[in-house]
Design a protein around this ligand. Structure first.
Ligand code: FAD
Length: 466
């Protein structure tokens, strides 16, 4: 019998338009494998919300594979060691995998290429992004660091290749043993904080396509609706795209010819994902260090050593800052693992500028609490918000949360997530403290807008004047 081929899965948990599956299936029997790896050097351990998603995503993929007469093999440990041992055990001819940009996955790829037994090929494929990261270059062959020129250059390569159907999968003569998903303890138990997640999400490839279909009916209104947190105006595809339950090419081909300007704006946002991957590929520790090095000297308030800053950080995390739009967002994040881009920008700006806390503390909190936590996307957006990134907002442009809340009509959204304020109408609900309408169970503002703004600008001036 032909030797089997291992398909090594990471954040590419789908069967259709998955070039590693396609190539492996064309060559022989397939052994799909997921390795729970917290050990590869430079690994950033997945946060709690991501682990919840991963559990359900793996369960869905295992069901889909079983329906096709295949299986999902689960193993734990350092990816290169686990896969090299599995290749030897199964007599595999090759390991197929998609290219990832996270520094630990690049390390794991290099280590695996070394560790595989003689004669076992390591075949890598593209498919996580619209274009392979690093392949969109300027006329002079340079890598882009700014979004808009990158976006224009990427568009010249669009549309992406037509998505591949799911392949037929032949089973190996003998299946290797698998660990049990339940033993991985990816789901929270004591306490079980995931009740809101279960209400908000269905995970897996079929659910991703159902979400895309639902959004196709709304994409025409995206341009305006995406900024209005009170209505369901964006796609909510981010966790599906992050875990690879759907490919960006599938999204592109489904939406490019429908929804007019709405689709064009939407696909432009999808390109931000490719942009973040390009940045991470060039600067592997982008989520850990400011791109503009002078920001290392910024006079942040440190929640690890300053009690007041620690209390401010906790109030932000718990949605008790006294700024209703910030609190609504942070509570939605805690309950569902997600929030809208507009609200992420407001909440991030508030932490960095009004509370003067280093963006990296916020990045870590989002990493732990977002179901779409993505090393590239998260790092790029936090640096953008802090004004220290490759393509960033100026630090001095300080978002006014109360004005944003009114402008984007956030009243219904606030009523949903901050029940203490559910009896208030606009304009009071946006700023109950200033209107003298604050219910006794809702906190005062941690800091006034003007005071926070002036403190942030003074710190920025101090940095600039060296
Ligand atoms: P839509 O508006 O429907 O956009 C479609 C898709 O395009 C998204 O699913 C996402 O894959 C991509 N996309 C949209 N906006 C961006 C963006 N600004 N940067 C990169 N990709 C984008 N997104 C993540 O996927 N993971 C993160 O960890 C993450 N952290 C963020 C942190 C901050 C501080 C901010 C301001 C934004 C962050 N984003 C992150 C980007 C963005 O907020 C989310 O992708 C978006 O809100 C997800 O909702 P959606 O799928 O409905 O988006």
């Amino acid at each position: 019998m032909t030797a089997p081929r291992i398909v090594w899965l990471r954040r590419d948990l789908r069967l259709a338009d998955q070039p590693a599956f396609r190539a492996a299936a064309a060559a022989g029997p397939v052994i799909p494998v997921y390795v729970l790896d917290d050990e590869t050097p430079r690994h950033r351990k997945m946060g709690g919300a991501s682990r919840w998603w991963l559990h359900h995503s793996l369960a869905a993929l295992a069901r889909d594979l079983e329906a096709r007469g295949s299986r999902l093999i689960l193993r734990r440990g350092r990816s290169d060691e686990v896969l090299a041992a599995l290749a030897a055990e199964t007599g595999a001819a090759a390991v197929h995998a998609l290219r990832h940009v996270e520094p630990w996955w690049r390390n794991a790829d290099r280590a695996l290429a070394e560790a595989l037994p003689e004669g076992v090929a390591f075949e890598r494929h593209d498919g996580l992004y619209l274009m392979p990261p690093g392949s969109v270059t300027s006329g002079q062959g340079g890598q882009y660091r700014i979004f808009t020129p990158f976006y224009r250059a990427l568009l010249l390569h669009m549309p992406p290749p037509v998505p591949l159907p799911a392949p037929e999968l032949a089973a190996p003569a003998q299946w290797p043993a698998s660990e049990q998903l339940e033993d991985w303890a990816l789901l929270p138990t004591r306490p079980d904080w995931a009740g809101g997640f279960r209400e908000a999400w269905h995970c897996g490839e079929a659910a991703a396509h159902a979400q895309l279909e639902d959004f196709a009916g709304r994409v025409a209104a995206y341009d305006e609706a995406r900024n209005l947190p009170s209505i369901d105006g964006s796609s909510r595809l981010s966790p599906y795209l992050h875990f690879g339950e759907i490919s960006p090419a599938q999204v592109w081909h489904r939406l490019a010819t429908e929804g007019g300007g709405g689709s064009a704006s939407f696909l432009r946002e999808v390109v931000w994902r490719d942009y973040a991957a390009t940045i991470l590929r060039q600067f592997p520790d982008y989520p850990e260090r400011p791109y503009k090095p002078e920001f290392e000297q910024f006079a942040w308030r440190d929640p690890l050593s300053d009690l007041q800053a620690a209390e401010d950080m906790a109030a932000w995390q718990q949605g008790r800052t006294g700024y209703p739009i910030v609190d609504a967002g942070m509570r939605q994040l805690w309950v569902t693992g997600w929030m809208r881009n507009r609200v992420r920008m407001i909440a991030a700006s508030f932490l960095i500028k009004h509370l003067l806390i280093d963006w990296r503390h916020g990045e870590r909190w989002f990493w732990d609490t977002l179901v779409d936590a993505d090393y590239g996307n998260n790092g790029v957006n936090w640096q953008w918000s802090a004004g220290c990134g490759a393509d960033a907002n100026m630090f001095g442009r300080i978002m006014a949360p109360l004005t944003q809340s009114e402008k984007f009509d956030c009243a219904a959204y606030i009523r949903q997530w901050v029940p203490e304020l559910s009896g208030l109408d606009a304009p009071y609900i946006h700023d109950p403290d200033s209107y003298g309408m604050r219910p006794s169970d809702y906190p005062r503002k941690r800091i006034g807008h003007r005071e926070g703004r002036e403190r942030a600008l003074a710190a920025w001036e101090a940095l600039r004047s060296g």
